[in-house]
Design a protein around this ligand. Sequence first.
Ligand code: SRM
Ligand code: SF4
Length: 571
Amino acid sequence: MSKELSRNERIKEASGYLRGTLAEGLTDIVTGAITEDDQQLVKFHGMYLQDDRDLRAERTKKKLEKAYSFMIRLRIPGGVCTPAQWLQLDRIARDYANGTLRLTTRQTFQFHGVIKANLKATMKAIDTALLDTLAACGDVNRNVLASTNPHQSRAHKAALDLARSISEHLLPQTPAYREIWLDGEKVVGGEEIIEPVYGRTYLPRKFKTVVAVPPSNEVDIFAQDLGFIAILDEKGEVEGWNVTVGGMGMTHGEEDTYPRTADVMGFCRPEDALAVAEAVVTVQRDWGDRTLRKHARLKYTIEDRGLAAFRAEVERRIGKALGEPRPFRFDNNGDRYGWVEGEDGRSHLTLFIENGRLRDIPGGPSLMTGFRRIAEFHDGEFRLTANQNVIVADVSPEKRPAIEALVEEYGLTSHATALRRNAMACVALPTCGLALAESERYLPSLVTALEERLNLRGVAEDEITIRMTGCPNGCARPYIAEIGLVGKGPGRYNLYLGGAFDGSRLSKLYAADLQHDEIVDALDPLFAAYAHGRKPAERFGDFVIRAGIVAATRNGRDFHANTGPLAEAAE
Ligand code: SRM
Ligand code: SF4
C-alpha cells in the first residue's frame, strides 16, 4: 500500500512551478505575512518569513500581529563576489534590511528584517548586482560551496569552476522567479521544458553540494549531501574528483533522526563530474522519501538502499562505472587567517568575522563601513568561507598597504584567540523561528569564559573547534566539532565531544541540559586532563576518545549510542 505524500509535496505539485499565490500575497497590505503554503514556496526563491522573537511576547500582549519580516539568502556559488556587488549588497542591507550583513556557514550572505513592502525592491536591487536568490533555500540543490584555498590557485580555480557549473546546471528553470520578483512576462510550458532535471515536485528535501581541495576541508564535505574532493597530479592539476554522498543533519524535535558523515562513493574524471552530480540528484529525486520529510534527505536514502545500490544506479544513469576512490588527506576544517600569496603572485587576506555578522558597533569595530571602504577601491574579489569569514582576494601589491590600513582603522581584524578563531555559531534568536536557545548572541561570552580556563591550563594556543547552535538542526555543523553545544531550551545546552579537527568524525553527547556555569565546569577538567595527558600534536577531539571521556562515533546510527556519563545522569 502506498503511503500518503507529505503536505509539502502537495504544495509543490499545486504551485505551478513555485508560483503559488506569492504574487497576490505581496499586494495584501492587511498583513506583513504570506499564506502558510506560500511560506513553503518562498523558500525556493531564497526567503523565509520570520518574526522578531524579542518582540513576540509584548506584541501578543498588545494583541498586535507578530513583527513579521523576511530573511533573504543569496545564491553565490563558491562564495565569490566582486567589489561592485559587495557595495550593492551593503546598500541593500542599509536601505531595506536591518543594517547588517550575515555571512553564513555555506558561503553566502543573508539579509534579515526585510518587510514585505520592501521585498520586490530588494529583489530588484539584488538583480541589478547580477546576483540572485533562486534555490538558496527549498527542496532543490542549494548554493554550491568551493574550497577557497587561495595558495593553491589552479586547484581552487578548478573547484570554483565546478561549483559554478553544478550550481547553474541544477538551477530551477521556472520562470516564476522573474515573474514574481522582477516583473517578467508570465510563461506557460510543459513540464519537460520547464524543469528538465526536477520535474513538477522538485526534490523530496533540501540538497547540498560542495567541492573540496585537500588538505583543507573548510567546506566540511562530510556534512553535505554531495561532495567532490579534488585529486591532484604531481603538477597540482586536478586529475579527477572523489565523489562523496549522504552527509549530515539531525531534525529538530525528531528523536529518531541522526547526523551522518558522508561516504566516499567513487572517483570520476573532470569531464564526468557534472553528469555525476545530475545523476546523484535525480536518483535522490526518484528514490528519496516523499512521505516523511524528516526521513527525506539523501543520507536516509543511502542508509535504506545501501551505498552499493545507490552507486550502481548513478553509474547506470551516467552510462559508465565510477573509479575506486583515490587516497586523499584532510588536516583541518578551518580557515587560514592572515595574508597568503597565491601561486600567481597575487595576495589574499583572510579575516575572522565573529559568527559571520557584519555590523557597525558604536565605539567598537565598524565592519560594515570597513568592508565598504575596501570595496570602493579593491580591484580583486571577495570570497566568503564556509566558516563565516571573508577573504579579500586577489590583491595587487600596490593595493595591499591601503587594505592593511583600513583593516586596522575599522577593527576588521580581531586578534582573536585560537579558540575564538575556531568558533562558529548559527543565527538563532531573535530571527530564527526554530531556535530554542541563544547562539550567535551568546557564544562570544561563553568563549571568553572558556578562554580563561584554557589559559589557566596552559593550552590557550591550541586550536580547538567549538560550534554552537540554538536547536538540534545543526546549522553551524556542531556534530562534527571537537566541542559542540546544541540548544535545548532557554539558556540550556547539550554538550557534544569527540568530533575530529578535520571534520571527518561525528561527536558524542557528553552532558545534557547544561547552563553557562555548568558548561564551563564540565569542560575545565577536560582541558586540564588534555594539558597533562595528550600525546604530541594530539587534537582535543582525538584525546577525549583515547582518554575514554566519550566513545568514538563511527557512523550515524551509532550517534545516539553510548553517550557520555553526564548525559546519562541527566536524562
Ligand atoms: Fe540551517 C533551517 C540558518 C546552514 C540544517 N537554517 C534553517 C532556518 C532557515 C530556520 C527555519 O527553517 O525557519 C535558519 C534561518 C535562521 C536565520 O534567522 O537566519 C537556518 N542554516 C542557517 C544558516 C544561516 C546558519 C548560519 O549561522 O550560518 C546557514 C545558512 C547556509 C546557507 O547559506 O545556505 C545554515 N543548516 C545549515 C547547515 C550547515 C550546512 O549545510 O553545511 C545545516 C546542517 C547540515 C544539513 O543540511 O543537514 C542546516 N537548517 C538545517 C535544518 C535541518 C535539516 C534537516 O535535515 O533536518 C533546518 C530545518 C529544516 O530544514 O527543516 C534548517
Ligand atoms: Fe535556527 Fe536551529 Fe538553525 Fe540555529 S540550528 S539557525 S536555531 S534552525
